[in-house]
Design a binder for this molecule. Structure first.
Ligand SMILES: Nc1ncnc2c1ncn2[C@@H]1O[C@H](COP(=O)(O)OP(=O)(O)OP(=O)(O)O)[C@@H](O)[C@H]1O
Length: 324
């Protein structure tokens, strides 16, 4: 039995269209399934929680979920899971960014992905991140769900600063829908990124790697992202070579770079060539604590709910079971 969760709103309605393509295949193959459509922000968390408590499952016979949505929908699914050893997830990307799918080299055709999920005998275990918000502010994201979690899992990446600020504005953008419909969705991110870059204030950050008590001090920074996979933000290869089985986070630090220079550095990140520039650094760690001089937006897989000035990221090795 498969439990299918569809975000019909992903990529401004593409989720619903892709589900309409795969449903006849499920019927033709006589697959037993139950389908759920998310109706609002945060609803995927509720659906998943309800399934985890209702459907008997065990490590030997896991609950099989198929998620149709973007990275954000997959992220909400993770927040609803109580025991990861009892759940296996098949993922059909229908979002705008699809950074997880890009790194996993999933086929482009959703029907082909579905067939792979249905024929998968043994789930593949991938690393999964977790962020703990050590403090928060009362300022909530314009697109926040009712589930304000101070511990969140992430499948792809978690970032603080500029990258999260761009996500926060994009999630609330009305233009995103219009531009997505005419195939210019990336333009939304580009314009928002420019606006956020101009608005970015000077904030410092102390980075503590693993159990070190001595911080790496960034007097000024744009963003820090802890990544399980190589890409975030719709194809920026911020952590080339990130390995989703090694139990460590690859960390991209965009530090003290003059704003005009960022316009040169950022495009090179599509190829993962940004580390040649002064001010961009890479680290690896199992644990990363970040303390900033002002509260900033934090994202997990592009989802933003609250600001924080103190977060700790960890990596759970091979914790996430995927039907690939
Ligand atoms: N029915 C719905 N209507 C509006 N928003 C929804 C609905 N269901 C889920 N959501 C919200 O959609 C967001 C997830 O979107 P997702 O990331 O999957 O797709 P996307 O935004 O098109 O893609 P990407 O993040 O890859 O750009 C989450 O913030 C979730 O709360």
């Amino acid at each position: 039995m498969y439990y299918i969760i569809v975000n019909p709103a992903s990529k401004s309605g593409r989720g619903a269209k892709i589900y309409a393509r795969i449903e006849p295949v499920l019927k033709e193959k006589a697959v037993s399934y139950e389908v759920f459509f998310s109706e609002r922000a945060g609803h995927v968390i509720t659906i998943t929680k309800e399934l985890c408590s209702r459907v008997p499952c065990s490590p030997e016979d896991p609950l099989k979920l198929i998620v149709l949505g973007g990275d954000g929908t997959l992220n909400e699914t993770l927040q609803g899971i109580s025991d990861f050893s009892c759940v296996a997830i098949g993922y059909i990307p229908t979002g705008s960014s699809n950074d997880m799918a890009r790194d996993l080299h999933l086929p482009k055709d959703p029907v082909e992905i579905l067939m792979n999920i249905l024929s998968c005998k043994k789930p593949q275990c991938l690393d999964m991140g977790q962020v703990v918000y050590e403090n928060t502010t009362s300022q909530l994201s314009r697109h926040h769900s009712s589930e304000l979690l101070t511990v969140r899992y992430f499948a792809v990446s978690c970032g603080i600063g500029f990258d999260a600020a761009v996500c926060e504005e994009a999630l609330a953008s009305r233009f995103k829908n219009i531009l997505n419909k005419i195939g210019l969705g990336k333009l939304t991110y580009l314009t928002i990124a420019l606006k956020q870059l101009i608005a970015a204030r000077k904030v410092s950050c102390d980075m503590y790697l693993d159990d070190s008590d001595t911080p790496i001090r960034l007097n000024r920074f744009l963003f820090v992202a802890g990544m399980v996979h190589q890409y975030e933000g719709g194809g920026f290869k911020f952590c080339p070579g990130a390995n989703y089985h090694d139990g460590v986070l690859d960390i991209c630090v965009a530090g003290d770079i003059p704003k005009p220079k960022i316009l040169i550095v950022l495009p090179t990140a599509f190829q993962g060539k940004h580390y040649r520039f002064h001010g961009v650094d890479k680290y690896t760690a199992r644990k990363l604590r970040l303390v900033t001089s002002a509260p900033l937006w934090v994202h997990t897989d592009g989802e933003v709910s609250m600001k924080s000035s103190s977060i700790t990221l960890t990596c759970g090795q091979n914790k996430l079971q995927m039907l690939l």
